[in-house]
Ligand binder design. Structure first.
Ligand SMILES: [Zn+2]
Ligand SMILES: [Zn+2]
Length: 200
């Protein structure tokens, strides 16, 4: 599994291109860009690697994660995957083919080539926030950051749900790499040691 990170948009969202090294099949996680001009570097990377984009996956429905969905859907004509509790946020986007959306649930598998990521429903930041689990890594969206967690004071946020979701993440082994929706990557063991929201 090959992972490339592009930091996009005015809120510096991490957009990840995750691909199978063998089959070249790929997914786009959170294309939260503001302008189509920002997409060029990502399109170039995909073209250089001769990658086949199969899916767009949103870790949740906030604008800074879904704002480029239409641009990527236009380029690659692929479905958008989002947890069903956040799916309504796609309806506000122009030029997005909503009927093509794949609604995710806890345990859903996102397959591309011979790779797969498992959906872990982690509400709290939004009702439909998800993490995507690989064998040794996890994409955490705005649920868990290096040294922090996502806000719970937006509409649909819940402190209680966030606590339960963080408890689920805490069960992952220390060697798990963390790829968050904003900021640098980290490791689960490091977060268990230093992240004040996991240590208290
Ligand atoms: Zn968010
Ligand atoms: Zn965000």
């Amino acid at each position: 599994m090959l992972i490339e990170t592009f930091t996009v948009g005015s809120l510096s969202t991490n957009c990840y291109i995750v691909s199978s090294q063998e089959t070249k099949d790929a997914i786009v996680i959170d294309p939260g860009l503001d302008f189509s001009s920002e997409a060029k570097q990502v399109f170039d990377y995909i073209a250089r690697g001769v990658l086949n984009v199969k899916l767009i996956v949103n870790t949740h429905g906030h604008p800074d994660h879904i704002s480029g969905d239409a641009i990527f859907q236009k380029e690659y004509n692929v479905p958008i995957c989002i947890h069903r509790f956040d799916a309504a946020s796609l309806e506000g986007l122009e030029n997005v083919n909503c009927p093509a959306a794949i609604l995710l649930e806890d345990g859903s598998l996102i397959k591309f080539g011979n790779e797969s990521l498992k959906v872990m429903h982690t509400p709290g930041h939004t009702p439909g926030s998800i993490c995507l689990l690989g064998e040794r890594l996890v994409f955490t969206g705005d649920t868990l950051f290096a040294g922090g967690i996502g806000r719970t004071d937006f509409p649909g946020g819940s402190d209680r749900d966030m606590r339960l979701s963080l408890q689920k993440l805490m069960r992952l082994p220390d060697y798990f790499l963390i790829y968050p929706g904003h900021g640098p990557s980290s490791m689960m063991g490091e977060e268990k040691r230093v992240n004040p929201f996991l240590t208290s």
